[in-house]
Design a protein around this ligand. Sequence first.
Ligand SMILES: [Zn+2]
Ligand SMILES: [Zn+2]
Length: 261
Amino acid sequence: MQADEIVATLEPWRARNRRPAWTPVVEAGDGPATASKFCGTPWTGPDAPWPDCGLCRRPLQPFLQLDLDDLPDELGRPFGTGLLQLFYCTREECQGAGGWAPFADDLSRVRVVHPGGGGPATPAPEAPAFPAKRIVGWTRLDDLPGPQDHDDNGLTYTYDFKAGTLRFECPEVGLDHTGPINACPAEQIATAAPGDKLGGWPYWVQGAEYPACPRCARRMALVFQLDSEGHVPFMFGDAGCGHVTQCPEHKDVVAFGWACG
Ligand SMILES: [Zn+2]
Ligand SMILES: [Zn+2]
């Protein structure tokens, strides 16, 4: 079988795993405190003050705020309500000291807040350094799982490096084929979109790293992928890619992690 034939045989598998994702459409400027945005001034309140870095103890840079009540209709509100906020320490002295591990609460802080009532918002103790970009819309795309997610979804690869062969097995389409090891790379069958996006499949730089919910141990789901030097002018390690995930059951359990090559 040629690569084209393998991919064609797997089309029903691709169709089943196809998920919508949305890339943000942005405009320069901050907008209201509760707007979806990159950087700028996030909503803060008496019960949700501006968070500090767990290492240097200074105010974190806002990276992302998503109004969960104002996402594309097709998504169907799987992420609950409120504002999802991600903050990160961009200070030189803290880089290399963490930030990549979900739930570490060191360089990053991610949370869901519910604006309304209460007193005045807490002023930022320090002006945010990155320019604000308001998210004014979304562009839909069809996303597919990256190679690291194929196995869990019914497509397995068995590499025999000694023989120089690769066996593809996907029972749901009746595929069991062994061919030359480089004839059809997994990336050619399906790969996740890199870059900033809402929903879809994670683009993993290394292995699949879905955190488990500390409350119920469920596998957490991708909410937003934040890539290096995308809408936020920051590089995670060496061109790493970050993921905000959420427990499908506990909408207030959110995590952020990243990996680089
Ligand atoms: Zn810091
Ligand atoms: Zn949970």
